[in-house]
Design a protein around this ligand. Sequence first.
Ligand code: DON
Length: 520
Amino acid sequence: MVVAENALAASAGVEILSHGGNAIDAAAATALAVGVTNPASCGIGGGGFMLIYLARTHGFYALDYRERAPMAASATMYVRNGKTDEDLARSGPLAVAVPGEIAGLDAALRRFGTMKFSAVAAPAIRLAEQGFPATPHLVEDIAHTAAQIAADPGLKATYLTPAGAPPKPGDILHEKALGATLRSLGDEPVTRFYHGEIARTLGAWMKAHGGLVTAEDLAQYRPVWRAPLYRAYRGYEVWTMPPPSSGGVVLEILGMLAGAPVSGLGADSPPYLARLIEVLRQGFIDRDQYGDPDFVHVPIDLLLSQRHIDQALQRALHHGTPAHLAPAADHGTSNLLVVDKAGNVVAITTTINTIFGAKMTVASLGLVLNDEMDDFAAGPGVPNVFKLEGAVANEIAPGKRPLSSMSPIIVMRSGHPVLTAGASGGPTIISGVVQVAVNVLDFHLSAGAAVDEPRVHEQAAPDVVFVEAAMPAATRQALAQMGYRLKEVHSLGAVGAITIAPGNLDGAFDPRKGGGAAGL
Ligand code: DON
């Protein structure tokens, strides 16, 4: 079964499974395909995380192919006239970090895949070259960024009509240049992308446009296999990505909930949601200590120790309530999940950060450039696009990876996987993954119901509780009466989930964003 944020991308993964590929092959195919069909969210100009459970060895593997800062980057690179100019990190050439997507997919395929790169890239190439229907979600993203798209020749030619308007849902889009780039990668994608013509073209483009990424930065890029994190959650074991992911924050939040069980309360109940809000707050406060473990010491053992979690829970239970407002909504990033017939599980979250990343392309390559530099702290206390405030552990340094909220999980019970989930939506990834996990594990909802259930989000700063409009009015009222300052939003991120039982896979994509759940 494959769950992805686009139905055709999920079908691409199933096609690979039907050709005998395993979950790693199918995940790579789905990731490449969703980069074609959801170009505003992710693609070969971005990077991500892959969490793998291998049934044969019962082993977990965490692959970090997050972008990294170019070697010419510095902690003060966005300071102009003594003031941090955050816009420089959000769009334009200085926002771009060194892409990791191709290196990551190649590393996973070489270690655990059974098929060659060209075979898993075939469905993506076909979609790019022969065209695919624009989804309502993509059309929305294009309309939302139409002015910036119009300013970039590559984006404009590909994603606006000749009259300069956004396409309509169902209109067929072609990405000929991207298709040709994917085709040119053959079975040596790293050599071709990071050491050959593509690297030279990207380096030359950057130089001409005032960006920092060089061909040498690409040559030096390496994905990293990291030790995954896990922690018990009641009768389960939850596995996730380590830093620079925020998987540890998910584990800490679940740890607090395990100390004050919520099973009897109900997914929409004010007492559960109030407890959730408070533990989310404490989890996000501790997130400030996270960064790239190759550059800073993240005290993960301490943060996930029972003693620390007990103390954080006490703070959560005794916290007085609220303060001020600010919005947080975006549609970049893509999560996908695969379970194959051997029982292997792959959960990928991948991104170019915000909608259409840096809002720039290397047009000849069909490469949409990321704006992942905005995930760094541009300056102490300076909030990024998701209102996450900068902390020292996450300041910019050459070659460093920016802290991410992307936190795919795989949950085990008695030595067998029972659930995998992941999300897109910036910091709402963390709260979304927690809520869907609790909905399945504590409230015993099906994958679909767990994903559909209205969600809340709290990230410590700004101290406001985001709540989906679909949350029952009585629940919202009860939370407001408790003193929470609520900010109603249409949707909070997009979560995908697959529940796994002997002979029964149940997959759900998030109707908030659309997608597909397809099986053999
Ligand atoms: O890695 C991160 O945390 C962000 N770059 C994710 C951005 C995202 O999910 C965009 N929003 N939907």
